[in-house]
Design a protein around this ligand. Structure first.
Ligand code: GCU
Length: 431
């Protein structure tokens, strides 16, 4: 049955109004965020070293079993379980050249992922110092707006996948535009990184999984349709788990490159992509350093502090980031069988670096720090030092041994100061 145009317009108008109303109702349902430290009441945290039977691990050789247990718990209750089936991973080099006054060698690949159900292409760029021999180490992380935004080089390819509409970036119709070429370069100080001998490898996160709630159908989820999360399968992978799985596939490609040392690849991410780097690093031990910048709720911050964003609000605003089961902990953090310090503990004994920004209360700087502190006993058991004190350091001071931390003066962002600390940390651990 066809419907006259004016009726269709009225109907669409109602739909839009209804969608907007239900959005604001959902936001109202999320409790008000607390950013007052004096109001924090934290229920006791699970002890990362306590076994299910109530006994405590005192020998390093027992840690791998305990780590596997935490990974299972965190997957099941927070990010969702990724499929165990594999996708075929192939890649081709589609462009290479020099940039940054010939100081940087650029290689652009297309990574093809394929299963019986679907295929997916990811544009992947590798920026190494233009020198012969292996690079000193590589920082692998996803970017928010496309590979062409990390530097103004005209050769960097525009994403072909979904991009968020945004009046600031001028993106309409969910397609990438030239207008924001280089717009994120403050977050990717490539010249500085290459000067210190390190490489940067990155891909656009939307190539792996578009960042909107579509019922877990598009992006990597399309490769494994039988593994989709639903109301019956509430513990299956959400979008953060999808991005993390994608990082592991990029790692598959990276370690095949002759100038890359596979033992010196750090996974790094900012904000939602910092949550992602933690989950990628915890689950894939090939990442020898893990870095989470301003990762906040669902990242490094302890959920039981209920400070800043908190579980109910993140699940309301971004229901697709986590598995549906995570919603059981909306305003119910003390019932979580884990907290984010157990996520950090799963990285041990590999080095992990957490960073906050002083004005980023939404991400709970103190909670981000304390997570590292409460993961530190696991590092100690394994023969290393984590963080030195329960008290966070003054701003702009980098502390810690295998667990590193700083709180940069300023707002939610990843800037040269942060990268300098990450490179110092890498210098130390990748001697
Ligand atoms: C929102 C969200 C955060 C997230 C951030 C980002 O602010 O609430 O959890 O870290 O977006 O990814 O930029």
């Amino acid at each position: 049955m066809s419907c006259p145009l004016h009726e269709r317009i009225i109907f669409l108008g109602f739909l839009t109004l209804f969608a907007a109303l239900s959005d604001s109702v959902a936001m109202c349902q999320a409790p008000k965020a607390n950013e007052d430290e004096s109001l924090v009441v934290m229920s006791p945290l699970p002890d990362p070293l306590l076994r299910v039977d109530g006994t405590r691990i005192t020998d390093a050789k027992d840690w791998p079993v305990q780590r596997a247990r935490w990974l299972q718990i965190i997957a099941e209750h927070e990010y969702g379980i990724a499929p165990t089936e594999k996708a075929a991973v192939t890649w081709e080099l589609v462009e290479q050249g020099l940039m940054n006054n010939d100081k940087t060698k650029r290689q652009q690949f297309v990574v093809h992922l394929k299963t019986d159900a679907a295929s997916l292409d990811i544009d992947f760029v590798l920026l190494t110092p233009n020198q012969p021999g292996k690079v000193r180490g590589t920082f692998l992380g996803l970017n928010f707006q496309g590979n062409h935004t990390i530097d103004s080089s005209p050769a960097l390819r525009l994403p072909k996948s979904w991009v968020a509409n945004d009046s600031k970036t001028g993106v309409t119709e969910n397609r990438a535009t030239e207008s924001i070429r280089g717009a994120q370069d403050r977050r990717w100080p490539i010249a500085e990184i290459n000067e210190r001998g390190y490489a940067v490898a990155t891909a656009y996160y939307g190539d792996i999984d578009p960042d909107f709630d579509d019922g877990f159908k598009n992006g990597v989820h399309s490769l494994f349709p039988l593994h989709r999360a639903s109301s019956e399968n509430r513990e299956r992978w959400g979008t953060i788990a999808g991005w993390a799985w994608g990082l592991s596939r990029l790692m598959d490609v990276l370690i095949q490159q002759p100038n890359i040392d596979p033992d010196k690849v750090a996974v790094i991410g900012h904000s939602r992509l910092g949550k992602t780097s933690l989950w990628a690093g915890a689950s894939d031990p090939r990442f020898s350093i893990v870095i989470a910048n301003n990762s906040g709720c669902g990242g490094a911050a302890l959920e039981r502090r209920n400070f800043g964003e908190a579980v109910a609000r993140i699940n309301t605003s971004f229901p697709h980031w986590f598995c549906p089961k995570f919603q059981d902990y909306n305003q119910n953090e003390s019932a979580m069988p884990f907290d984010q310090h157990t996520l950090l503990a799963c990285i041990a004994p590999r080095p992990v670096y957490i960073a906050s920004a002083t004005k980023d209360l939404w991400a709970d700087p103190k909670g981000e720090y304390l997570s590292g502190w409460y993961a530190s006993p696991v590092y100690q058991l394994l023969g290393y030092n984590g963080l030195p004190s329960e008290v966070p350091p003054a701003s702009d001071i980098s502390v810690g041994d295998r667990v590193g931390y700083h709180n940069r003066t300023g707002t939610h962002d990843i800037l040269s100061f942060d990268w300098q600390q990450y490179m110092n940390f890498a210098d130390r651990h990748w001697k």
